[in-house]
Design a binder for this molecule. Structure first.
Ligand code: 8YV
Length: 314
């Protein structure tokens, strides 16, 4: 059986399925990584990774017989793809199958933050309804939604947001062809022209801190920030400061820089919706992601082309 190194937690049903056809070695939190690699390293031909954790260049380069890294995620920022591809190692991810659920959560956030749904629920549960009515929320209909990154997920959110009467614009590094949505040349211009700013671009070093204090100030005191992409795309300290000082109105966040740690200051804020990276966490989507991880590995080791390779990054 082919030997695989598992560097991240994935659902048990994927582990069980893989274990029927592969030998899986647990490398999630190894007590003695060097000792383990000295023992099994030469046999490892594949790595099982996720959006939370993937192999760095050091690990990739120590596995001389590595052929493929299969990530249980659409985002591949946790894996050093450039190092892998430089060595001819294939990297696969799980696009498309999770687009609908991630877009649904982002659309939910777009409604939740301005309508103060999280706050309203806490208000009721705390028994405060008896003392009076909660303050008013803000309607989303007719508001301007700015999308940073109009890829698969950004476009799927745009389609949903149209139904809710939002006016859509975007900023993307790639040309998007003939779209009815207005494109802004810079993220700052987009933020300036938005009531709600959705972060929907790739993670990774190139996009670290892209949404900084100047972008948040351009969004302004009536603006909301939505992020279900990667925490590090937003300068988290700048976001906390902008929320604390009322320089933006609120935020809804599924991802954090340094998750699962979440800044205590954010947790204490009423005008912030917080969820623990659940955008793709449905039974249906997680099964589909698991199937795609399996299918990619199976295809590769059967000598066939993989289904969903990460395109060349360098
Ligand atoms: C997963 C993700 O939560 O697809 C991604 O990029 O971040 C998520 O779907 C993650 O891969 C699970 O570890």
């Amino acid at each position: 059986m082919v030997d695989l190194l598992q560097v991240s937690l994935v659902p048990p049903f994927l582990v069980e399925r893989l274990e029927q056809e592969f030998t899986l070695h647990d490398f999630i939190d190894p007590a003695d990584p060097d000792g383990l690699l000295a023992d099994i390293g030469p046999r490892i031909r594949g790595i099982l990774a996720s959006g939370m954790k993937g192999p760095n260049a050091d690990l990739i380069n120590r596995l001389e017989n590595l052929e493929i890294i299969a990530s249980f995620s659409v985002g591949f920022d946790s894996t050093d793809v450039v190092a892998a591809q430089a060595r001819g190692v294939i990297v696969t991810h799980t696009p498309d199958v999770l687009t609908g659920d991630v877009a649904d959560l982002a659309m939910t956030f777009i409604l939740m933050a301005p309508r103060r749904i999280g706050e309203a629920e806490r208000y009721l549960r705390a028994g405060r309804w008896r003392q009076g009515r909660m303050d008013l929320g803000t309607t989303v209909r007719g508001k301007r939604l700015g999308i940073l990154g109009l890829g698969r997920i950004g476009s799927a959110v745009a389609r949903r947001a149209e139904v809710f009467g939002l006016n859509i614009a975007y900023h993307d590094i790639k040309p998007m062809g003939d779209l009815t949505y207005r494109s802004y040349p810079t993220l700052r211009d987009l933020a300036d022209a938005s009531d709600i700013l959705l972060v929907s671009c790739e993670g990774g070093e190139a996009n670290r801190g892209l949404v900084d204090a100047t972008v948040l100030d351009a969004l302004g005191p009536a603006g909301f920030l939505i992020n279900a992409a990667r925490g590090a795309i937003v300068d988290q300290a700048a976001l906390v400061a902008a929320l604390r000082d009322g320089r933006i109105a609120g935020a809804a966040l599924d991802v954090f820089d340094g998750e699962p740690e979440v800044p205590a200051e954010l947790m204490a804020m009423e005008n912030v919706v917080l969820t623990p990276h659940i955008a793709s966490s449905t039974h249906e989507t997680r099964r589909a992601m698991a199937d795609l991880v399996y299918d990619n590995l199976r295809a590769h080791f059967d000598g066939k082309p993989v289904l969903t390779p990460v395109p060349p990054q360098a």
